[in-house]
Design a protein around this ligand. Structure first.
Ligand SMILES: Nc1ncnc2c1ncn2[C@@H]1O[C@H](COP(=O)(O)OP(=O)(O)OP(=O)(O)O)[C@@H](O)[C@H]1O
Length: 213
């Protein structure tokens, strides 16, 4: 469960943003829609504990993450959240398999090659694990991004504009993949987007108005 209350945030040189309260049950899927500048990335970063709110609460299951000290917050984030961004950044001079394995150790856990194999099988990229990032297509890298977001068995997956550079077919294919992964792994899924094609794929939508109000 992810729940926010009276969340406010202000960048050093910006206006205060007020965010609508959010409540997502475990495994729920939601799209966050808003124009450019409405605060989608900011809200995702607040939920993920990358930014701290100026006031308000963010509760994930029984933990108010705003009250965690930095090292505990980093640990909580690594264990419980997966991220997918528009650009898929991987370490260029190691194989995809190693990229996935370091994502496990960076989050403070130990390497679990069996789970990595299981995920790459499930996502149809098992044959590509010994390739390097520069040898893969954007679509393949995107699947590896999904694999990487799942390697630590998170509770929630946050995706920031994951489809804005995709054509219609690939957009729908990717959203369907994220929804399938979310259902199979019982992951809470929140996708931030201004891509109107995504809207009809979700029953639950959080609308952000400019400046978060
Ligand atoms: N580091 C920063 N310092 C100051 N203002 C910022 C910073 N990052 C974002 N902003 C401002 O905060 C507001 C919300 O930005 P945010 O990136 O969250 O919006 P968004 O809805 O994700 O936009 P987009 O769809 O264009 O990615 C915008 O007005 C933006 O200019």
């Amino acid at each position: 469960m992810i729940k926010t209350k009276n969340l406010k945030f202000k960048y050093k040189r910006g206006n205060e943003m007020n965010f609508p309260d959010l409540e997502m049950a475990s495994g729920e899927q939601m799209a966050m829609i808003g124009d450019s500048g409405s605060g989608k990335t900011t809200l995702l970063h607040l939920l993920a504990g990358i930014l701290s709110p100026s006031s308000g609460e963010i509760v994930v299951d029984d933990t108010n993450i705003c009250k965690l000290k930095q090292n505990k917050l980093d640990e909580f984030r690594g264990k419980n959240f997966g991220f997918i961004f528009q650009k898929h950044l991987f370490v260029e001079d190691i194989s995809m398999n190693k990229n996935l394995l370091i994502a496990q150790t960076l989050a403070g856990g130990s390497k679990d090659p069996d789970y990595v194999s299981q995920l790459t099988e499930q996502l149809g990229i098992a044959k590509l694990v010994n390739k390097y990032p520069s040898e893969l297509s954007q679509g393949e890298l995107q699947r590896f991004s999904v694999a990487r977001s799942l390697v630590n068995k998170p509770l929630a997956l946050f995706a920031d504009e994951p489809t804005s550079s995709l054509d219609d077919n690939n957009c729908m294919r990717f959203i369907t993949l994220l929804q399938k992964v979310s259902s199979e792994h019982k992951l809470t899924l929140l996708i931030a987007t201004h891509d109107s094609r995504i809207k009809k794929q979700f029953e639950n939508i959080l609308y952000l108005k400019p400046s978060g109000k």
